[in-house]
Ligand binder design. Structure first.
Ligand SMILES: Nc1ncnc2c1ncn2[C@@H]1O[C@H](COP(=O)(O)OP(=O)(O)OP(=O)(O)O)[C@@H](O)[C@H]1O
Ligand SMILES: [Mg+2]
Length: 890
């Protein structure tokens, strides 16, 4: 069977007229280039690389890291300081920004390099027709998309990414997604210029979108005969000649089109950033006003006001985020063969609380085997299978699909060789390959004995085929009921229908698929993937709700869910009658608006009979209900949902377009990989959350204390050099969070960064921190009255410096999440070590020669240290109690 297909590999020369000029201009033929020509052109035109796909250079990255919002605010504060010639704060800011940018850039660079090797595994390829010699036969061959040259003739099939800008020579049922270029979600029909289609095969529009729609929605020219790099094939197939590659493509000209969607990570970070930026922008004017009102001083307080704002900034946030994510990504790549294509996706994985899966090929093995075929009355009938196989055979041949569909393969394998039976003499006329949006496909065949008659063979999902059959309601209901029984038995079902039509030259379109004669059903078995059930149970236990979104029959889907031990709320309804209990079908979804769907989606586990649009709708509904939603799928029908999700996951065997849109690609066993990705994501998320909590609350505490001190004391409570030293020490210690290993308790739940929760946390714990500082001021005034006078301010600086570092160390240890479970560990871990170092430096530094250099005199009485110890114990107790309450509430 496959031989017959491959024998057809050489395309018949089309009666091309219109593209002829193009072919001549490109100096090529419909049979493609020779290898030698291609090599020469590659040298001339360069590699066909998407400009945005190559990693940015080191200087580019450096520039980009400066554009981060915190860095921008810091730089603005720096400029203000420089304008009023307060060089202290200006230098502090410059040093902080410099260090943070350098660390972040090198971190990103390293992470990129170490995943580059694995990334090659998911690089795009193209099926090209090339000849060894000028008179040789063209052979289809898969090559890296980067090696394409203008003039190459390529084949496109459903699920392929269009690898360059191409002009269609032939097509059948071709529609492409141009979403990455134009943002429009419906597939657009594509076909060669009307008089160029030599093989009589028609074009079908995917979702009924008219050619030319593209013009209204994007900057793409409305040319149905052109497919643009970056779009992907939604249905059908085609043969096309490459007209532009690399930097000459439309994609390169318009840039990446719409940027990537905002993910959960972006939303969280955006929320947190804006809370802080508001704080930082409000601080200097507030300090100035308060100071002016209370002490009558003027702009000379500005440097101090700026210092307060600077001390609020979590300047290491970008570094901690990048390092935590990059380390996780590198570990995943090395240990679990998981490729994280977008670093923030790792955080989203950690925060993910709903994972949607497609069924076929994801939780099943996707090696369907034909079980049985039945005629319209429900009697076993091998002819139905043969009709289905005949349709599959001619679809494969006429549509020149780069790879056959597993379902079609199963049909061909199971059917008797059609050459032997009454099917022997059939010849293909046209094909509309399977389209997941219509959920059926058609082959048109003819038999010499029936001159002038074309037979349409339609295969597809039961409901969609029945809809197009000439049947009365009763017969239809009877077939539906039988199908439901078979589906409940776990079979995948294919309905087959035929129709005889007057032969014609006009192309066939989906509009011809009506008034059909129902032939029967084919049932196929597709076993559940080994390990799927255990993996899904683990996911559920770890706080991720699993949902299945499938194009399959409701009964088949429900049976699979049961086999996977997934709950089907609302069960049971009697099999074979009406809707299947616990399963929501596309039809039911269509009756719901988005808000209603969000409510239904929350309590439903299985969604059946989905078209690609339905899958995407469910994902969007779940996201709108506040869930961080992942989608794991592998087929063309999953592409839209994958893009709609916060994090798109796919196995390496997924179709090219899916692989290229996914955030995370699993190169090895996908279930083991989901598990380790989840752990790494939660690790990274937990580390980032820990850093944010500790840094923000202690920064706020410090800022409040500085403000109070400035109003109470006759001198500047913290000199710029001290602000710098303290910030550098804090930052250095807090980098430990990027390397922290979270306790198992953290890994048991999704780690979401909720800006509101963080705001509540930071105000509560910030005030507590400020209270500790104020108590210290009290202790200083009590034990060393000199320290609070202008002359003795060196002692105040030293006393506060020590206290600040000690509280910081305490906070680092006590405010991590899952702290209680982590206590059992013997090794101190990076955070413990950093806290110990911070304590040591806090006590010792003012006593060394560096102390006076920073304006600190360590002439404090022992009673101060005694009181400080008491304050620390009280503060530590208060922190522990507050943290326990907070953890219990969240
Ligand atoms: N190649 C094909 N030819 C004809 N009909 C098909 C083909 N592939 C699938 N179908 C029919 O269309 C239905 C929907 O298929 P679709 O590919 O959208 O989803 P699926 O593969 O069944 O499930 P999932 O969404 O879980 O991957 C199938 O249940 C089947 O009846
Ligand atoms: Mg699938």
């Amino acid at each position: 069977m496959r031989d017959a297909h491959e024998g057809q590999a050489a395309p018949a020369p089309p009666g091309a007229v219109a593209p002829l000029g193009t072919l001549r201009r490109l100096d090529t033929r419909p049979r493609g280039l020779t290898e030698a020509e291609a090599e020469e052109r590659l040298a001339r035109h360069g590699a066909n690389e998407v400009p945005a796909a190559c990693p940015p250079s080191l200087p580019r990255r450096l520039v980009r890291s400066v554009r981060d919002p915190f860095t921008t605010v810091l730089l603005c504060l720096g400029v203000v300081s420089a304008l009023v010639a307060s060089w202290g704060p200006a230098v502090v800011i410059l040093v902080l920004v410099g260090i943070s940018c350098a660390l972040r850039t090198s971190g990103e660079h390293r992470a990129d390099r170490s995943v580059a090797g694995l990334r090659a595994l998911v690089a795009g390829t193209a099926t090209v027709l090339r000849r060894r010699a000028a008179d040789g036969r063209p052979r289809p061959r898969e090559i890296p998309a980067a090696d394409l040259v203008p003039g190459d003739v390529i084949r496109l099939g459903a699920g392929d990414t269009v690898p360059a800008d191409v002009l269609l020579l032939r097509s059948s049922g071709l529609s492409v997604h141009q979403a990455p270029l134009t943002g429009e979600s419906a597939p657009v029909a594509k076909h060669p210029p009307a008089d160029a289609s030599g093989d009589g095969s028609g074009d079908g529009s995917g979702d009924g979108a008219a050619p030319g729609d593209a013009a209204d929605t994007g900057r793409l020219p409305a040319r149905p005969e052109l497919c643009f790099q970056g779009s992907s094939v939604a249905s059908g197939s085609g043969t096309a000649v490459v007209v532009a590659t690399g930097a000459d493509t439309h994609l390169a000209a318009v840039g990446r089109g719409r940027g990537p969607r905002t993910s959960a990570f972006d939303r969280s970070m955006h929320g947190v950033s804006w809370i802080l930026i508001r704080f930082m922008l409000l601080t200097p004017p507030l300090v100035l006003m308060a100071d002016a009102a209370l002490t009558g001083r003027g702009v000379q307080t500005l440097p101090f006001a700026v210092a307060v704002a600077v001390s609020l900034t979590p300047e290491m946030l970008p570094v901690v985020v990048t390092t935590a994510l990059a380390r996780g990504a590198v570990r995943l790549a090395r240990e679990s063969q998981v490729i994280v294509r977008r670093l923030p996706a790792l955080h989203d994985l950690g925060a993910m609380d709903v994972l949607c899966l497609d069924k076929t090929g994801t939780v099943t093995q996707d090696r369907p085997v034909v079980h049985r075929a039945w005629d319209a009355e429900g009697n076993p009938d091998a002819d139905v299978l043969r009709w289905a196989a005949l349709g599959a055979l001619w679809t494969l041949q006429l549509a020149e699909l780069p790879a056959p569909d597993p379902l079609d393969e199963a049909l061909l394998e199971a059917a008797d060789q059609p050459e032997d039976g009454p099917w022997a003499g059939y010849d293909g006329v046209a094909a509309l390959p399977f389209d997941p949006a219509r959920r059926l496909g058609t082959a048109v065949v003819r038999h010499p004995a029936l001159a002038g008659t074309h037979t349409l063979v339609v295969r597809g999902a039961v409901d969609d085929v029945l809809e197009r059959c000439a049947l009365d309601a009763q017969a239809r209901a009877a077939i539906r009921a039988r199908a439901a029984l078979h589906a409940a038995d776990g079979l995948r079902l294919l309905a087959v229908a035929t129709a005889d039509r007057q032969g014609r030259d006009r192309p066939y379109t989906p509009a011809d698929e009506r008034g059909l004669r129902f032939a029967g059903l084919v049932g196929l078995r597709d076993a559940l993937a080994p390990g799927a059930r255990d993996a899904l149970r683990d996911l559920t236990e770890r706080g991720v709700t699993v949902k299945i979104l499938t194009g399959d029959h409701a009964g088949t889907a429900a049976r699979a869910a049961r086999g996977l031990d997934l709950p089907l709320p609302g069960e049971p309804a009697e099999p074979g009658s009406g809707p299947v209990g616990g399963v929501v079908t596309a039809e039911q979804m269509d009756a719901l608006d988005d808000a209603e769907l969000a409510a239904v989606a929350a309590r439903t586990t299985v969604f059946a009979q989905c078209t690609p649009r339905h899958k995407a709708r469910v994902v969007a509904a779940l996201r709108s209900a506040g869930h961080t939603t992942g989608f794991l799928g592998d087929g063309v029908n999953d592409l839209a949902a994958l893009r709609a999700a916060d994090v798109g996951l796919c196995p390496r065997e997924a179709v090219a377009a899916v692989r290229e849109s996914a955030d995370v690609v699993f190169a090895a066993d996908r279930f083991a990989a989901v598990d380790s990705s989840l752990s790494e994501g939660r690790h990274s998320g937990g580390n980032i959350a820990g850093y944010l909590r500790v840094t923000l609350s202690s920064n706020l505490g410090n800022a409040l204390a500085m403000l109070a001190a400035a109003l109470l004391l006759p001198f500047v409570p913290m000199l710029p050099a001290q602000v710098l030293a303290q910030n550098l020490l804090f930052d250095g210690a807090q980098l430990a969070y990027a390397f922290d290993r979270q306790s198992p308790a953290v890994l048991r739940r999704p780690t979401a960064l909720r800006p509101r929760a963080i705001l509540r946390f930071l105000t509560g714990f910030g005030v507590l921190n400020a209270a500790a500082d104020l108590s210290t001021f009290g202790a200083l005034a009590l034990t060393a009255p000199d320290a609070v006078t202008e002359a003795g301010q060196g002692a105040f600086h030293a006393g506060w410096f020590t206290e600040n570092l000690l509280t910081q160390a305490l906070v680092m240890l006590l405010l991590r999440t899952g702290r209680r479970a982590a206590q059992g560990r013997r090794m101190p871990g990076p955070v413990g070590t950093a806290a110990a170092l911070l304590t040591a430096v806090g006590i010792v530094l003012p006593l060394t020669p560096l102390g006076p250099a920073l304006g600190m005199t360590a002439a404090l009485p022992a009673t101060y240290y005694l009181l400080l110890a008491v304050i620390m114990v009280l503060y530590g107790t208060a922190l522990a109690v507050a943290m326990r309450r907070w953890e219990r509430r969240h």
